[in-house]
Design a protein around this ligand. Structure first.
Ligand SMILES: C[S@@+](CC[C@H](N)C(=O)[O-])C[C@H]1O[C@@H](n2cnc3c(N)ncnc32)[C@H](O)[C@@H]1O
Ligand SMILES: Nc1nc2[nH]cc(C(=O)O)c2c(=O)[nH]1
Ligand code: SF4
Ligand SMILES: [Mg+2]
Length: 245
């Protein structure tokens, strides 16, 4: 059986936890989360940089911190991960990271070990799931990265991938916006990829309630004007920017 590389919680255990889904179309649902380690992108405002911003990695991040590789990832057999998830007693699993689809083949085995759970995947949209995993996925929350993320567009916005997700009825798009100008980029992507009506969310960048509220004040009218849905970040209001929530 394969192994998965997971992020760690504050005391060094695997980041597997029950919480309410805080973002996107299933906000408020009670779910189990599993957070995998590593990412192929490097968003300057990433709220989980501890999954990829390891010591010696000189990709920039606004925290300016380097994280220690060994302290922030743990490798477990798929069966062990499945048992920890089942122990949470939830019906739905949200797989996130880091970029979880970097470990798509091991995730397919995880999905097979959890035949009764529905599955939602948080992804940056640069990678597709292998078929063995894809057939088990109920929902993709795809979060393509705009210019303010600091990623090169050639790495962050891959036309073939975005075309595939745009035509998949299970895929919802969740764009992180930090300023009103960012919405122009979303509008350009909307024109190019023709995301389905009701499948596009704009979500404020922010890791504290005050920032989210302040940005939602200008984001809400823009959503009304352009027909986008707005996503808050419920978990930030409930628990702050903490691991395992
Ligand atoms: C940490 S990412 C993990 C999954 C995947 N790598 C991705 O980017 O979609 C989970 C979600 O958090 C969002 N996110 C990360 N940092 C954020 C921040 N500072 N403010 C708002 N959303 C953020 C991402 O855009 C994504 O929708
Ligand atoms: N409660 C809660 N909801 C979330 N939705 C997406 C999350 C993520 O980090 O991918 C997340 C998270 O970390 N916590
Ligand atoms: S793609 Fe996701 S995990 Fe990777 S750096 Fe960006 S927000 Fe963080
Ligand atoms: Mg999060």
């Amino acid at each position: 059986m394969a192994a998965l590389v997971l992020a760690t919680d504050d005391i060094g255990g695997p980041e597997i936890f029950a919480s309410l889904q805080g973002e996107g179309p299933s906000v408020g649902m009670p779910v189990a989360f599993v957070r995998l380690s590593r990412c192929n992108l490097a968003c300057t405002w990433c709220d989980t940089a501890y999954t990829w911003h390891f010591e010696g990695d000189n990709r920039p991040h606004r925290d300016g911190r380097a994280f220690d590789r060994k302290a922030n990832q743990v490798t477990l057999e798929v069966a062990e991960v499945a048992a920890l998830i089942l122990a949470l007693g939830q019906k739905r699993l949200v797989i996130t990271g880091g970029e979880p689809l970097m470990q798509g083949n091991a995730l397919a085995e995880l999905a097979e070990a959890l035949p009764d759970m529905s599955i939602e995947i948080e992804t940056n949209g640069t990678t597709k799931a292998p078929v063995r995993l894809d057939i088990r996925v109920d929902q993709y929350n795809v979060s393509p990265k705009l210019a303010h993320s600091g990623n090169e567009a050639e790495l962050a916005l891959i036309p073939e991938r975005l075309d595939t997700y745009a035509t998949d009825p299970r895929a919802f798009f969740k764009f992180v916006v930090a300023s009103p100008e960012d919405v122009n980029e979303v509008l350009a992507l909307q024109r190019r990829y023709r995301f389905k009506p009701g499948h596009v969310f704009l979500m404020p960048e922010g890791t504290d309630s005050a920032t989210l509220r302040q940005r939602e004040a200008w984001l809400a009218p823009l959503c009304l004007e352009h027909g986008f849905r707005m996503s808050d970040r419920l978990h930030i209001h409930l628990y702050g920017d903490t691991r395992g929530t």
